[in-house]
Ligand binder design. Structure first.
Ligand code: PLP
Length: 404
């Protein structure tokens, strides 16, 4: 398959799949409730101290290219943050600043994956994990977790997936924790098991921790960096979610391993970053200041996470009261991935469900099959409770109308 054919086949994002239809419906006068994209600034204004830092950067002329791997202030702030929160033992040189975790993922795949190489992706997955591997010509091996087991990590599924690689080396494994799309926060012992299996099989681990501070319902977040000593690995994070600044387009890869492979990854990521000169300069300064303003960040985050907790729990309750949906309770991020009783409905699949729901009720959500979970739907629980309630009532009405 040529690169062009791979791009045509795989460069798509299921989260935005209905956007065109949604805009057409909106311009014809229909009111649309959009619960498809995890875009926190639409519901929680980016905090003032972050905006002020951005404006200050602009006013003080921070508008040129910067160092390709990120300004020193930001790389230091990111390393110190991980040391403060997780005792990661990181230094600024371990950090490569990117234009969002999205760019980190593109780099990692360009670096690791040659055609027919394997990557292990935990399923349900964030869609970009899959498309990045496929665009690079790689093959996916899935590590499944199931709704009826609370989407918990199953070590046998990982071992089985690694054995199923037909003798080829698996270049890396990737998961998000807290998980988009399930909202599940992994337990420390689960991460330890992953670390052990990765070590036994010599597989590089990519832990996407972009939601690491959006954790609630008493759950405790453990960073993979806390259990990964001696294991080639990297952590992904950024400004988008915890810092409520998706539009800054700032993310990073923190290479935590101290082995040979990790130091190669560190060097090569820097080489990739050179090709696009630098990230968004004022956003880098603003992000550095936001990380370092620990008190202001904590105060903002406490408020935002308390709201998210209420909204996610509310959606979880209504989902499980519906006669058509069931989902484990999310304890992190702001997503829920209910299983749909498709057998009760006159709809062929989750894609048809999502399209018809948008047309008939004006509610935009995402099909579970886009996350590797057919027969499910993903709902973003960021909107105010009144809007979420309206949307969930409309979804119920839709199900009743489509009942067999
Ligand atoms: N990783 C996960 C798990 C996400 O949910 C998202 C966005 O929703 C991203 C990465 C992309 O993040 P960024 O805005 O930093 O590109």
């Amino acid at each position: 398959m040529s690169q062009l054919s791979r791009l045509s086949a795989y460069a798509f994002n299921p989260i935005e799949e209905e956007d065109k239809l949604s805009s057409e419906l909106a311009s014809s006068g229909k009111r649309i409730i959009k619960l498809n994209q995890g875009n926190p600034p639409l519901f929680f204004p980016t905090p003032k101290y972050t905006i002020d830092a951005y404006v200050k950067a602009l006013r003080s002329g921070k508008t040129g290219y910067t160092f390709h791997a990120g300004i020193t202030e930001l790389r230091e702030a990111i390393a110190e943050r991980h040391n403060r929160l997780y005792r990661a033992g990181a230094v600024a040189e371990d950090v490569v600043v990117t234009q969002g975790v999205s760019e980190s993922l593109l780099y990692l795949n360009s670096l690791f994956i040659d055609p027919n190489d394997r990557a292990a992706v935990f399923r349900p997955y964030y869609p970009l994990y899959r498309s990045c591997v496929q665009i690079s010509g790689g093959k996916l091996i899935f590590v499944d977790s199931h709704e009826n087991e609370g989407y918990g990590f199953n070590p046998d599924n990982l071992k089985r997936a690694l054995r199923s690689n037909k003798g080829r080396t698996i270049k890396f494994m990737v998961f998000s924790n807290p998980c988009n799309p399930t909202g599940i926060v992994m337990q420390r012992n689960e991460l330890k098991e992953i670390a052990e299996i990765a070590k036994d099989n010599g597989v590089f681990v990519v832990s996407d921790e972009i939601y690491d501070e959006i954790v609630y319902n008493g759950a405790k977040f453990t960073s993979f960096s806390e259990v990964s000593k001696g294991i080639p690995s990297a952590i992904l994070g950024g400004a988008s979610k915890n810092f409520d600044a998706t539009g800054f387009r700032i993310g990073y890869t923190l290479v935590t391993g101290d082995d040979r492979l990790s130091s190669q990854v560190r060097d090569k990521l820097c080489d990739y970053a050179k090709m696009r000169l630098s990230s968004n300069t004022p956003a880098e300064y603003a992000f550095a200041e936001s990380i370092n303003n620990i008190k202001a960040h904590r105060a903002f985050l406490n408020k935002m996470v308390a709201q998210i907790e209420k909204r996610a729990n509310f959606v979880h309750r209504l989902v499980n009261e519906s006669g058509y949906l069931s989902a484990p309770r999310p304890n992190g991020a702001f997503y829920i991935l209910p299983k749909v009783s498709m057998e009760k409905l006159d709809l062929r699949n989750d894609k048809e469900l999502v399209e018809r729901l948008l047309i008939e009720e004006g509610v935009q959500i995402t099909r579970g099959s886009g996350f590797g979970a057919p027969g499910h739907i993903r709902i973003v629980a960021l909107a105010p409770q009144g809007i979420l309630e309206q949307a969930l009532r409309k979804i119920d009405k839709f199900f009743v109308r489509h009942s067999k």
